[in-house]
Design a binder for this molecule. Structure first.
Ligand code: NDP
Ligand code: A1CAB
Length: 287
């Protein structure tokens, strides 16, 4: 049964480490900083020195490259209260094993990786280390993220609430049983790409209707951004759609065409393909 966490402990003094600060961990970190977390309490690691320099310059965090400092990940977690693991799924377990002995025993380790199960994470860390499996998405970077999280066996209510509060600074959070994380992946983890894909397709449609490429792209982009902004809050997408759809008007014809083409089923099939791929990667990596 899905539930929303409702405790809001203070997280403003927590020391955070982001290990592997690319698209996803970078989005989480930027969202948390925009929500007010002080960059001087954050250490971020990447592999490449130039990327570390750019991150430090842009965000003010302490950013370190593992190519410059082989101990960077160990140093980053040494006094961290919450550690976000943000490397590709294939590298997560090795990273967890690398930092296992350097973590504070009560540090919460939050994986953002697709397909990496709580069992795999707990096996790679020391017994009793609190672990959270999360499935975030990149709109966290603009404070409009959507995150699913599942708690490991050693996570206290307070530790889970801290992770929820950190994420809630930059989006909405749903606490779900682990077996539903694949569903979260199929809807919201991969979801931003579906929406960008829609914007690409709308732009192409505009060109086919005679608009020049720049005009078509700008109209499609602004439409998806504006509609996305209207969805922020407790609103019903179907009602917003109906507000655009005049009886016997132009939009109605377009929606009828989408329905005749089976668009809802096509989207459901794509979301399932994402969820299924997550399970497939789990099987590939679980040794
Ligand atoms: N992108 C997305 O929308 C989403 C991604 N995820 C998950 O997020 C994770 C990361 O994906 P994504 O952000 O897209 O990938 P990226 O390639 O953008 O980021 C990976 C980061 O890890 C760094 N890195 C690699 N190895 C190490 C290491 N040993 N120590 C420190 N840093 C390291 C890379 O540094 P460098 O660039 O210098 O090589 C890079 O900054 C994946 O597990 C994915 O499943 C989950 C939800 C959504
Ligand atoms: O494509 C991926 O595998 C990652 C996980 C969800 C979104 N991006």
């Amino acid at each position: 049964m899905e539930q929303s966490a409702n405790q809001t402990p203070s997280t403003s003094d927590l020391k955070l480490a982001f290990l592997g600060t690319g698209s996803m961990n970078g989005a989480i970190m930027r969202g948390i900083i925009s929500a007010g977390h002080r960059p001087e309490l954050i250490t971020a690691t990447v592999r490449t020195p130039a990327k570390a320099e750019a991150l430090a310059e842009e965000t003010g965090v302490n950013a370190v490259a593992t190519e410059n400092d082989a101990e960077a990940n160990l140093a980053a977690v040494a006094d961290a209260d919450v550690v976000f693991l943000g490397v590709k799924p294939v590298g997560i377990e090795a990273l967890a094993r690398e930092i296992a002995d350097a973590l504070k025993p009560d540090a919460a380790v939050v994986s953002v990786a697709a397909a990496i199960t709580l069992e795999m994470l707990e096996r790679a860390l020391k017994p009793g280390q609190p672990v959270v499996r999360s499935m975030p998405n990149t709109p966290l970077t603009v404070g409009l993220g959507a995150v699913g999280i599942a708690a490991g066996s050693s996570v206290s209510d307070e530790q889970l609430a801290r992770v929820v509060t950190l994420y809630e600074g930059a989006g909405i959070v749903k606490v779900v049983p682990e077996h539903l994380i694949e569903a979260v992946t199929g809807v919201s983890g991969s979801g931003p790409a579906y929406v960008f894909y829609l914007a690409e397709a709308m732009a192409k449609a505009g060109e086919e209707l005679g608009l020049d490429a720049d005009t078509a792209r700008d109209l499609a982009r602004a439409t998806v951004a504006g509609a996305g902004r209207m969805l922020d809050g407790d609103v019903d997408p179907a009602q917003l759609r109906r507000n655009v759809t005049s009886p016997k008007g132009t939009t109605e014809r377009a929606i009828m065409s989408f329905d005749e083409s089976g668009l809802p089923a096509i989207i459901a099939k794509g979301a399932k393909a994402s969820a299924d791929r997550s399970l497939e990667i789990s099987r590939e990596l679980d040794s």
